[in-house]
Design a protein around this ligand. Structure first.
Ligand code: SF4
Length: 458
């Protein structure tokens, strides 16, 4: 079972801001010169071939009834449900336009509703969206497909989970963050343990295959005692997957964060204590470390995929589905088709204007060159498998990446990894610093180095 060794001195030494590599190149490299015409062409080309890849659909449903002050998501906080009704009309229009681009024989083996708060929509609205999806795309049958939704337990009505299960969802991901009342009050997210427990129990009873819980460390008023109490409650719920995200205080980029008092937040050293606590307690509770803040029970598909070397990474994080073309729907959604990236417009007005004019709302993107693709393959292999065999790449690796290998020597000296003539192996204590290893192969980092756009490890 994959675990990590927590080496405090090393983590402090390597605590620099860096990408989380849900894509490579990262979204900072997306170009407004890549737009709808490129997307249509590449989507069309992706249908060609004996067996074109399956499809993965991501829907961005951005509405929330209340604002959590730590939030860094693209969302619209409003009590005006009319806005959501108008958005849904346009989203259905986008589903129709996008569906027309793809061969109906291509199966959708992965589908995800993210937000925002997807269940801000009523049950009737959710049914309408799924019906439109099924009219334009072909969802795979059977429970092997991954149909997931992000849930805010405060926005789950008595009939919500049964409706979602009937629509074919088989995975739920619950935002929890922290159960401590003082922390919840500070971040403006009051959510009782009972509310969360009820959603987990009902999801299990309805036959959802996987329940995930998201936590955050580094929030105001968190201490080892409060975080230990939250962890104990989470472990009792026995979710299949747990994510623990580092709170990055970037108030200039995310204005809601201005409402949080930095003086109430744990110091970097205290955050490291909290992180160590989370890692130790989840390890003791039997969770395997998947990578980049993610843990899973050994019985979960992610842990199995990791053991089998079949783990992948995309904009939703780690995945068991390889080589799907990812179609992004909704404002700000990112898709990856034929290896190229496309992002939709990020405001409601621009999104609506494009669709009202019969256009796809593609705003920017990136068509990678051969070097991007090679570096992406290297980074994805390292981040998913913690090892890399030079022979798997169609280049003279030692010659093509001589400067990178020299930089890795310093990491090898620090015990993060080993390198020999055959490849690179990340050690147990290097696993937590995997993004630092990946950053060595990122050819754009120099250009982005001075920008405070990425979060730090702690
Ligand atoms: S954290 Fe989630 S529920 Fe809270 S404001 Fe952000 S998107 Fe909405």
């Amino acid at each position: 079972m994959a675990q990590i060794a927590f080496d405090r001195a090393l983590i402090e030494k390597y605590d620099v801001a860096g990408p989380r590599y849900t894509s490579y190149p990262t979204a900072l490299q997306f170009d407004p010169g890549v737009g709808e015409t490129d997307y249509r062409r590449i989507a069309c080309e992706s249908n060609v071939g004996v067996t074109p890849p399956d499809l993965s659909l991501y829907f961005h449903l951005p509405f929330c009834a209340r604002l959590c002050y730590y939030c860094a998501c693209t969302k619209v906080v409003t009590r005006d449900r009319e806005l959501a009704a108008t958005y849904l009309d346009r989203l259905v229009r986008e589903v129709e336009l996008q569906g027309a681009l793809y061969d109906r024989r291509r199966r959708v083996t992965q589908l995800h509703w993210g937000g925002g708060t997807p269940t801000y929509f009523s049950e009737a609205q959710m049914r309408r969206l799924m019906t439109a999806t099924d009219c334009c795309f072909t969802r795979a049958e059977g429970d092997a497909a991954e149909f997931g939704i992000e849930l805010d337990p405060r926005e789950v009505r008595p009939e919500t989970l049964a409706t979602l299960r009937a629509l074919g969802f088989n995975r739920v991901s619950l935002g929890v963050q922290d159960f401590d009342p003082a922390v919840q009050k500070a971040v403006n997210r009051i959510q009782s343990v009972a509310q969360t427990e009820h959603v987990v129990d009902e999801a299990r009873a309805l036959g959802f295959r996987s329940v995930s819980v998201d936590l955050i460390y580094g929030l105001p008023f968190q201490t080892p005692a409060t975080v230990a109490a939250t962890i104990a409650k989470v472990v009792t719920l026995a979710p299949d997957r747990i994510s623990i995200y580092n709170y990055a205080h970037l108030p200039d980029r995310f204005p809601p964060q201005r409402r949080l008092d930095p003086a109430s937040m744990p110091s970097p050293a205290a955050k490291l204590d909290l992180l160590q606590l989370c890692i130790d307690r989840f390890g003791e509770a039997g969770y395997a470390y998947i990578g980049m803040d993610h843990f899973a029970l050994p019985t979960d598909d992610l842990a199995k995929a990791q053991r089998d070397g079949a783990l992948y990474r995309n904009f939703q994080g780690y995945s068991t589905h390889a080589d799907c073309d990812l179609v992004g729907l909704g404002m700000s959604a990112i898709g990856t088709v034929g290896g190229s990236f496309f992002q939709n417009t990020k405001t409601l007005d621009a999104y609506g204007a494009a669709l009202d004019a019969g256009r796809l709302p593609t705003e920017r993107g990136l068509v990678p060159d051969a070097e991007d693709r090679l570096r992406r393959a290297i980074i994805m292999q390292l981040i998913c498998r913690f090892e890399l065999d030079f022979a798997d790449f169609d280049v003279d690796f030692a010659a093509a990446f001589a400067p990178e290998l020299r930089r890795l020597e310093a990491m090898a000296h620090d015990g993060l990894l080993t390198i020999d003539g055959a490849g690179i192996r990340v050690t147990d204590k290097g696993r937590f610093l995997i993004r630092n290893v990946c950053m060595v192969f990122d050819r754009y980092l120099g250009a982005n180095r001075d920008r405070p756009r990425f979060s730090r490890a702690i």
